[in-house]
Each structure stands twice: as structure tokens, then as C-alpha cells.
Design a protein around this ligand. Structure first.
Ligand code: ADP
Length: 513
């Protein structure tokens, strides 16, 4: 016996069986005792159809046999009356009606069983798939689109992008047919009702944007939509999601299946990774510089100490009432010797530094900008900064160290993001073009706090910082990298808010400044 029928029984309780029995009796009494010459027993077909609601296949057969028996009893009771032939005909018509009704009822019930089974399978998938699914009815939205089309609108994308009120209206026209338990879990709600009654509570501005794109897909007749977006939970926590929407044809209804996968954790890990990489690039230069400084200090310290000691001894020999010139000379010679040793150390270090000379390969600066933008994408999005790229398409390649150029750009972008942290209307611009001399000019502009006189004067000096956690090495490293490429770096104040940093890289290699 299938679930539907069990449900049916449960729903109707005892009322339907009692009604059915009452109807069967009424038909029997009418058939047997009424003088009217009509095939009343045909009405047993109704009894059989009613029985479908609360008995299984065998039950239908039993009810049908009972109806046949009652028809025969009714027939026998009326057989004495005049007009036997017509009476027989009526009996046969009634029996045929019962037989046909029984066949139809059994077939109907089998079809209902198949349907119930497929419905149950769909329910199981719907609930256990682990992906949040909303089943929504877009019929009313479709009608709103049709109205628009009648008014002559054909570019739905433009219309929806230009009219946020229409988007809002469409969202309110969508009817949620059902949601699965994963939606309730994703939103941190306690039950279905909480989700269905407070739909807009879970929307963030990004959710509206994704919904708009989904509506555009529907309006343009595309079969599906996929994109990244975000929702907020009952507790106000932001959840990043991957949305997929499909619009299966469903008779007259325009339905949509919208599924969402929570990618908050994946994004967090990705973001942490990108940040770690950017920070690494930001400080790596500082670390090598620091290490170099430490090793120079260590190597030069000893000869310097010897020079000081010998200098002091030399002075003492000269300060005697009778200066001991021989000893003083010996000290001076040792000073010269130690000086030579210090010089040797420095020569060695310079040789080492030269060996570690960075690469000079033909580099496409636009490609480096793209790489850095990709690397910093998350930070840019997190700071809610609008990025404008204006890259000249025909830049000549420059002889440069790709990694070092990346470091310069990362430093400039990080500074720009930090300068915009506390302002509204954040815009980051990265531009590349050829300058008048045919060299490559790169500019990184922001709409941040800008630069005062003091900053303009000291920006590129090592250890100049206005940040509590700043090292003040970023711009000084940028300058040393750019100058080692034979280029130049400088800052300007924007006409509006913010600052811009520019550097030029010569196309033909010049001697480092
Ligand atoms: P740090 O970032 O560690 O402070 P930097 O050398 O990169 O070191 O920057 C030095 C200082 O220059 C910063 O502390 C800040 O005051 C200023 N600065 C750098 N970039 C910008 C910018 N885009 N807008 C405003 N001020 C900036």
C-alpha cells in the first residue's frame, strides 16, 4: 500500500468509509424498492470511486464485488415485476458500469502510486542533498516581464540595472514554494516559518545584485544562472555562497530551483592565503635588506673596533712628554691595515650584491599589473574598493625584474587601500601608458586621505611612517627597486581627494642611478 493512500485514509478518517457505505445502501434500497424504471445500480460506480480514497487494490475489488452482489440482489427482487427484458438490460448496464469503474479505479490507483513514489524520491533528494534549495514560483514575475515587453522594453538587462525599484518589485512577486532543511541551517533559522516570513532579513546588497542577474537570465530566456554572492544569517553573520538557478518548464507555472553552496570557509582560507602572499612580498625585500645590514655590521665591526683601539693607543704614545714616534707609527700602520681589512669586507659584500643582481628580462608591465590585481583581488573587495584599470594596449616591454616590479605594485596598492580605509567612495586606479620619451609610465591613484606637506617631504625616506604598525620601508624599497632599473618614482596629490604614485621604467636599459 502506498504512502498516499495511507495519507488519504488518515486524512479522511472514518467519514469517507461511512459515507460510502451509506451511499451504497441508499442505492441498494432505491434500486430494489423504487418503482422507477431506470438503471439506478449504475450509481455503484460512484461508490467504487469513493472507495479509492481509503482502500487498496484488493479493497477496490472487494467493494466492486459487494456492489455486484447488491446489484444482483436488487435485480432478483425486481425480477417478478412486468417488463423483464428491460429490467435485465438495466441490470447488465449497471454491471458493466461497475466493471468499467473498477478497472478505472485500479488504474488510477496504480498511477497515483507511481506518482507518489516519484514524489517521495524527489523529497528525499531535496532534503538529503546537502545543498540549500529554494523552490520558487516566478509566474508573477514572468507576467511583469510580459507587461514590460508590451510597453516596448526589449533590453531587460538595461531596464533592470537602471531601475532598482523594479528589481525590488520582482523580488516581492516571487513566491517561495518550498525550501529544504539545508536552507534553514544555512541561515541559522529555527524553522521553515522563520525563513518564509522574513525573507528580506537574509538579503545583503550582494544578494540583491545576484537576484537581479538571476531575473535578467529569466527575462532573457536563458535556462539557468550561476554566480557568487552572499547572504546573512539570522544572527547577522555574512555567508558567502555559490548560487545556481535553473528554470525548468513546469506546465503553466514558471518555477525556479535556486541552490546555494556555502563557500564562506573556502573564501576565508583563500583570503588568508592571498594576504599572506601579499604580506610576504611586502616584507621580503625588507628582510633581505635587514639581513644584509646585519652582516655588514658584523663584518665591519671588528676592524672598526681595532681602528678605534689603535687610534687611542697612537694618541697616548704621541701625548707622552717625549712622544714615542716608533710606537705611534706602529699603531698608525695597524690602523691602515684594519682600514684595508674593512675595505676588503665591503668590496666582498659589494661583489656579493652584484652577483645577486636582479634579472633584466623583457617584461610586459600590463601583465604584471594584471597579476598583482589578481593577487590583491580579495583585499580590494574586502576594502569595498572600486578598481579602475586603464592599461595602454601597446606598451613596449621593459627590461626588468618581474618579481621586483610586483613588489613595487603590491606596496603601492597596499598603501592605497590603507589610505582609503577610513574614507567613503573608495576608488583605486591603475594606469599604464607610454610617456613622451617613449618609456613606460605606471600610476597608482587612490581616493584616500591624501598627502600633507610633511608626508610629501619624507615619503620615500626609510623608516618614515604615519601608521602605528608601519615599518616605513615600503616606499623606500620601491624607490630603490625603481632606481635600480634606471627609473624614477614620485608622488602627487590628486585634484580631488587622495594621492597618486607614479614611476617610469626606461625601455632601453640605462645605468642604474
Ligand atoms: P608604511 O606603509 O609601513 O608606513 P611606506 O614607506 O609604504 O611605509 O609609507 C610611508 C608613509 O607614506 C605611510 O605611513 C603613509 O603616511 C604615507 N603614504 C604612503 N602611501 C600613501 C597613500 N597612498 N596615501 C596617503 N599616504 C600614503
Amino acid at each position: 500500500m502506498n504512502a498516499d493512500i495511507r495519507d488519504g485514509r488518515h486524512r479522511h478518517g472514518r467519514v469517507l468509509p461511512l459515507l460510502t457505505i451509506a451511499l451504497a445502501l441508499a442505492i441498494f434500497l432505491f434500486d430494489t424498492f423504487s418503482p422507477m424504471k431506470i438503471a439506478v445500480a449504475v450509481l455503484y460506480a460512484i461508490v467504487i470511486f469513493m472507495a479509492v480514497g481509503f482502500v487498496d487494490r484488493r479493497g477496490i475489488v472487494t467493494v466492486a464485488l459487494a456492489c455486484v452482489a447488491l446489484t444482483i440482489v436488487g435485480f432478483a427482487a425486481g425480477a417478478e415485476r412486468p417488463g423483464f427484458e428491460a429490467h435485465l438490460l438495466r441490470g447488465l448496464v449497471s454491471l458493466s458500469a461497475i466493471a468499467i469503474a473498477t478497472l478505472l479505479a485500479i488504474r488510477n490507483q496504480a498511477a497515483a502510486a507511481v506518482l507518489g513514489e516519484s514524489e517521495r524520491r524527489w523529497r528525499t533528494i531535496f532534503q538529503s542533498v546537502g545543498v540549500s534549495i529554494w523552490e520558487e514560483d516566478f509566474s508573477r514575475v514572468r507576467r511583469a516581464f510580459d507587461d514590460l515587453a508590451r510597453q516596448g522594453v526589449s533590453d531587460f538587462r538595461r531596464h533592470l540595472e537602471d531601475d532598482p525599484h523594479f528589481v525590488e518589485r520582482c523580488i516581492s512577486l516571487v513566491e517561495i514554494v518550498d525550501i529544504n532543511d539545508a536552507v534553514i541551517r544555512l541561515l541559522g533559522a529555527s524553522d521553515k516559518a522563520e525563513v518564509l516570513t522574513q525573507r528580506r532579513r537574509f538579503f545583503l546588497p550582494e544578494t540583491v545584485v545576484a537576484y537581479r542577474e538571476l531575473l535578467i537570465a529569466l527575462a532573457e530566456g536563458r535556462p539557468s544562472y550561476a554566480g557568487e554572492s552572499a547572504l546573512q544569517t539570522i544572527a547577522g553573520e555574512r555567508r558567502s555562497i555559490l548560487i545556481t538557478a535553473t528554470f525548468p518548464a513546469d506546465g503553466t507555472r514558471i518555477s525556479g530551483l535556486i541552490s546555494a553552496v556555502d563557500i564562506t570557509e573556502r573564501n576565508r582560507v583563500e583570503r588568508a592565503l592571498a594576504q599572506a602572499r601579499a604580506e610576504l612580498a611586502h616584507v621580503s625585500r625588507f628582510i633581505t635588506l635587514g639581513e644584509l645590514a646585519a652582516s655588514i655590521a658584523h663584518e665591519v665591526k671588528q676592524p672598526l673596533a681595532a681602528i678605534v683601539t689603535n687610534g687611542q693607543a697612537c694618541l697616548r704614545w704621541l701625548d707622552r712628554p717625549v712622544p714615542d714616534l716608533a710606537e705611534a707609527r706602529a699603531c698608525a700602520e695597524r690602523i691602515v691595515g684594519e682600514g684595508g681589512r674593512a675595505d676588503h669586507v665591503i668590496q666582498r659584500l659589494r661583489g656579493l650584491a652584484r652577483k645577486a643582481d636582479p634579472e633584466r628580462l623583457a617584461v610586459d608591465v600590463n601583465a604584471v599589473v594584471d597579476e598583482v590585481v589578481e593577487l590583491m583581488q580579495r583585499d580590494i573587495a574586502d576594502h569595498q574598493v572600486a578598481l579602475r584599470l586603464d592599461l595602454s594596449p601597446d606598451l613596449p616591454p621593459v627590461p626588468a625584474d618581474r618579481v621586483q616590479l610586483q613588489q613595487v605594485l603590491i606596496n603601492l596598492v597596499i598603501n592605497a587601500l590603507q589610505a582609503m580605509a577610513a574614507v567613503s567612495g573608495r576608488e583605486l586606479t591603475v594606469e599604464t601608458r607610454e610617456d613622451q620619451a617613449g618609456d613606460v609610465l605606471v600610476s597608482v591613484g587612490d581616493s584616500g586621505v591624501g598627502l600633507d606637506e610633511e608626508a610629501m617631504a619624507h615619503l620615500f625616506a626609510p623608516f618614515y611612517t604615519t601608521k602605528s604598525d608601519g615599518m616605513g620601508m615600503g616606499l623606500s624599497i620601491c624607490r630603490s627597486i625603481i632606481e635600480s632599473h634606471g627609473g624614477r618614482i614620485w608622488a602627487t596629490r590628486n585634484a580631488g581627494a587622495g594621492a597618486a604614485f607614479h614611476f617610469v621604467l626606461p625601455v632601453t636599459r640605462r645605468r642604474a642611478a
